[in-house]
Design a protein around this ligand. Structure first.
Ligand code: NAP
Ligand code: ZN
Ligand code: ZN
Length: 347
């Protein structure tokens, strides 16, 4: 049976409010999940403010979902009622293209179904995200949350965690590698923890020194405030990998000057504006500029298992649903340490 559930939806670019949405009846492959916590990703804000493209309101966003299985379809083998599970940015894909075959469903070339604002091939509706009490997801896109990870802290791993883990993994961060993380926010702080757990040396590039102590507490080996122009000459040609998590345009040539020969800048931040890079920054030391989007399902599970084993958790501030608009304002001012997580029981 389909189900009416409470949710918190964006009704305009400036406002979220309580609404009711309908979740489809679970089919044989589906898992019904009672959502307990949902993280607030900056992508939620870009989306509801129509910064990437115009959206139709109301829309329920949220793709850092953690909850408990409450129903399973008859073909569901991987989950049972009561299991702790998570859902990230995608809820389906074509499963046939070469990218899906390679376990890189996030790059599906034919039909990637995002957790919100995509057309759901199962019922033709527009997908609605995790700021809600319940969701129905095909078992192939549901993640197991290890017992050692509390559900509130599991939520941000579903996007912020995997979005940093995947490029670190792909570009071989590990012992002997120097990693720079630009932007010490939701994604950035997970980058510090994960790069450290993989054995690399990590430097935080933040706008100011206001989070310096926290940076060292979370494992950074160095922390610089980019408001001081001298940092770029001090860190010249130091890094193998720099990951840019910033949600706005920044002067990338300065950061490229900090890469060694054959170093890589990985763009994960998704500002609405174009990136500008001088060709001289690239050819000087065979520099690579790449992008990375979340990670595949198997890779996300691997990241969750690693976080469960090494007890790598995000730093969170738990909020009631009624605080979402204020939380968005604080994210815009970088006034959160480091991820807001909505307690869905407050809906
Ligand atoms: P966030 O918590 O707001 O973190 C972004 C950080 O960037 C801020 O904490 C701030 O760090 C820095 N920053 C913000 N504005 C800046 C400016 N004008 N100049 C310099 N630095 C600035 O956001 P998030 O949730 O981590 O997401 C970051 C970006 O990644 C967003 O654009 C989001 O859409 C994107 N994203 C991409 C993927 C993907 O798969 N590629 C996945 C998730 C999110 P300091 O305070 O340290 O300066
Ligand atoms: Zn996200
Ligand atoms: Zn595909």
């Amino acid at each position: 049976m389909s189900k009416q559930v409470k949710a918190w939806g964006a009704t305009s670019p400036e406002k979220t409010e309580p609404i009711t949405i309908t979740r489809r009846a679970p089919d044989d492959e589906d898992v019904g999940i009672d959502i307990k916590y949902a993280g607030i990703c900056h992508s939620d804000i870009h989306t509801v403010r129509s910064e990437w493209r115009e959206i139709s309101y109301p829309l329920v966003v949220g793709h850092e979902i953690a909850g408990v299985v409450s129903t399973v379809g008859k073909n569901v083998t991987r989950f049972k009622v009561g299991d702790h599970v998570g859902v990230g940015c995608m809820v389906n894909s074509c499963r046939q293209c070469s990218n899906c075959h390679d376990g890189e469903e996030q790059y599906c070339s034919s039909n990637l179904v995002l957790t919100y604002n995509s057309k759901d091939p199962k019922d033709g509706s527009i997908t609605q995200g995790g700021y809600s009490q319940y969701i129905v997801v095909d078992q192939a896109f549901v993640l197991r949350v290890p017992e050692s990870i509390p559900l509130d802290k599991a939520a941000p791993l579903m996007c912020a965690g995997i979005t940093l883990y995947s490029p670190l993994n792909h570009w071989n961060a590990g012992p002997g590698k120097t990693v720079g993380i630009i932007g010490f926010g939701g994604l950035g702080h997970m980058g510090v923890k994960l790069a450290k757990a993989l054995g690399s040396e990590v430097t935080v590039f933040s706008q100011t020194n206001s989070k310096k102590e926290l940076g060292f507490q979370l494992g950074a080996d160095d922390y610089v405030a980019t408001s001081d122009p001298d940092v770029f000459s001090r860190l010249s040609q130091k890094f193998d990998i720099i990951i840019n998590t910033v949600s706005a345009e920044i002067p990338l040539d300065l950061y490229l000057s900090c890469l060694r020969r054959d170093g890589t800048l990985v763009q994960v931040g998704a500002p609405k504006d174009q990136l500008r890079i001088s060709p001289h920054s690239l050819y000087a030391r065979r520099i690579g500029v790449n992008g990375s989007m979340i990670g595949g399902i198997a890779e996300t599970q691997k990241m969750l298992d690693l976080c469960g084993e090494k007890l790598i958790f995000p730093e969170i501030e738990t909020i009631p649903a009624s605080y979402i608009d204020e939380a968005y304002e604080r994210v815009m001012k970088s006034q959160v340490q480091f991820r807001f997580v909505i307690d869905i029981s407050t809906m």
